[in-house]
Design a protein around this ligand. Structure first.
Ligand code: FAD
Ligand code: NAP
Length: 338
C-alpha cells in the first residue's frame, strides 16, 4: 500500500483548493482497507474518507490521514418480477453507474445523471436532483465499521435518509467507510418529468416517445447549460440547502415579494429555493478576489482560480448573514467543511 506524506489535495477537490494532507493513501481492495483500518488510522488524530472531492471545501491543510476510496466493480446481483438489484462498489463514478443502468434499461436513476463524485458518497447526503433522491432506488449498503472492525449492512431505514441528509453525516460521521451500495432498479420505468425544466427540454429535443435515455439526456443538457463545469471553474455544486420554512413564514415573504417561488413540503411547510434568496440579496455574479457566486446559478459558490478555502468560506458567511438580515431565514451549508 502506498503512503504519501505532505500530499497536495488540489487535484482531489473540485473547488481546486490547494491544501496539503499530512498523509494520503488510496484503498483499492478490501485487504488494503483492512490494513488501513488496523494499522494506519490509529496512528492519526483524524481521518477523512475521500471520493471525488465534489462536496468538500478545505479551509486549511488536513492534519491527519486522507483515505481515497478506489474500490471498483459493478455487478448485477439478482432480479425479481419488477426489479433488478445492482451492486456498485464505492470507488465507482456515480455518473458512469447511471450510464450503465441506462444502457441496460434499468430504470430509476435517470434523473440523477451527471452528478459528480463517487458511488460511496451518494448515501452521505442522499443525493438528489430533479425530483428523485438516492433513497427512491436505494436497497442497502455495506460499510466497514472502523471501530468494531467488521463489515456491516445498512438497509434503507438504518440510513435515516432525509433531504440531503443521512445518519452518516451525523451520529455515524467518520465511523464507517462505505464500501458499496445496492440499488433496486425498475424493469418498468416510472418517468418523472414534472420537475424543473425537464418537460421544456424534452420538447426542445423533439422527443415524442419518452424513455429513460431521453430523460437522462434532457437532464444532462439542462445541467450543462446552467452549472459551471468544475474542470473549468472550481465549485462543489449547491453550497447551501434550500430552506424549508413554515407556511406562515413563506406567506409573510410573499406579501412583500409576490414573485417568491415556493414548493409545498407536506401540509405545513414550504421549500424556498436558496438561489432566489441569495439573488435578492444581490450576490448573483458577486466576486471578491477569486471567490464568487456564479452568475447563472447563485447557489453555486466558485473558485475563479486562486481563491483559498477561507475566502470561499468567508463569502458563504457573508451570504448567510445577509440572507438572515433580509429574510430571517438561516441558510445551512450543504458542502462538507474541513
Ligand atoms: P466527496 O466530496 O469526496 O465526499 C463527501 C463526503 O462524503 C465527505 O464527508 C466524505 O468524507 C464522505 N465520503 C465520501 N466517500 C465515502 C465513503 N466511501 N465512506 C464514507 N464516507 C465517505 N449533489 C446532489 O445531491 N445533487 C446534485 O444534483 C449535485 N450536483 C452537483 C453538481 C456539481 C457541478 C458539483 C460539483 C457537485 C454536485 N453535487 C450534487 C454534490 C456532489 O457531487 C455529491 O454530493 C456527491 O455525492 C459527492 O461525491 P464525492 O465522491 O465527490 O464525495
Ligand atoms: P431549478 O430547476 O432552477 O429549481 C430551483 C429549486 O427549486 C431547486 O433547487 C428545486 O429544489 C426546487 N424545485 C424546482 N422544481 C420543483 C418542483 N417541481 N417541486 C419541488 N421543488 C422544485 O434548480 P437547479 O438549480 O437547476 O437544480 C436542478 C436540480 O438539480 C435540483 O433538484 C437540484 O437540487 C439539483 N442540483 C443539486 C446540486 C447540489 O450540489 N446539491 C447542484 C446542482 C443541481 P431541490 O433542490 O430540493 O430539488
Amino acid at each position: 500500500m502506498k503512503i504519501n506524506n505532505h500530499f497536495n489535495l488540489q487535484p482531489y477537490n473540485t473547488f481546486g483548493i490547494q491544501v496539503y494532507a499530512n498523509t494520503f493513501t488510496a484503498i483499492n481492495t478490501i485487504e488494503e482497507l483492512a490494513e488501513t483500518v488496523y494499522e494506519l488510522i490509529p496512528q492519526y488524530k483524524q481521518h477523512l474518507i475521500l471520493g471525488g472531492g465534489s462536496n468538500i471545501l478545505f479551509t486549511k491543510n488536513f492534519d491527519g490521514l486522507v483515505i481515497k476510496n478506489n474500490l471498483k466493480g459493478i455487478t448485477i446481483e439478482r432480479e425479481d418480477e419488477q426489479h433488478i438489484y445492482v451492486k456498485a462498489n464505492a470507488g465507482e463514478n456515480w455518473h458512469e453507474l447511471v450510464m450503465f443502468c441506462i444502457e441496460n434499461n434499468f430504470a430509476g436513476v435517470e434523473n440523477l445523471s451527471l452528478i459528480p463524485g463517487c458511488v460511496g458518497a451518494a448515501p452521505m447526503q442522499n443525493i438528489g436532483a430533479y425530483g428523485v433522491e438516492l433513497k427512491d432506488v436505494f436497497y442497502c449498503l455495506e460499510a466497514y465499521d472502523i471501530y468494531n472492525k467488521t463489515l456491516v449492512t445498512f438497509n434503507k431505514a438504518d440510513c435515516k435518509f432525509g433531504y440531503r441528509e443521512s445518519v452518516f453525516k451525523h451520529t455515524h460521521k467518520n465511523k464507517f467507510i462505505i464500501t458499496g451500495i445496492t440499488l433496486q432498479l425498475n424493469k418498468i420505468p416510472q418517468f418523472k418529468t414534472a420537475y424543473g425544466a425537464i418537460e421544456q427540454e424534452l420538447a426542445k429535443m423533439n422527443i415524442t416517445e419518452l424513455s429513460i435515455k431521453a430523460i437522462a439526456n434532457a437532464v444532462m443538457n439542462i445541467r450543462q447549460s446552467k452549472l459551471p463545469n468544475p474542470v473549468q471553474i472550481g465549485n462543489a455544486g449547491s453550497f447551501f440547502k434550500n430552506p424549508i420554512v413554515e407556511n406562515a413564514v413563506y406567506h409573510q415573504i410573499k406579501a412583500n415579494y409576490p414573485t417568491v417561488p415556493g414548493y409545498k413540503e407536506g401540509e405545513n411547510h414550504t421549500k424556498i429555493p436558496a438561489a432566489w434568496l441569495i439573488e435578492q440579496c444581490g450576490f448573483k455574479g458577486y466576486r471578491v478576489n477569486d471567490a464568487g457566486c456564479h452568475h447563472l446559478q447563485p447557489l453555486v459558490l466558485v473558485n475563479y482560480g486562486k481563491a483559498t478555502g477561507e475566502e470561499i468560506f468567508a463569502l458563504s458567511e457573508k451570504i448567510i448573514d445577509t440572507v438572515y438580515k433580509k429574510f430571517t431565514i438561516f441558510l445551512e451549508r450543504e458542502v462538507n467543511i474541513y
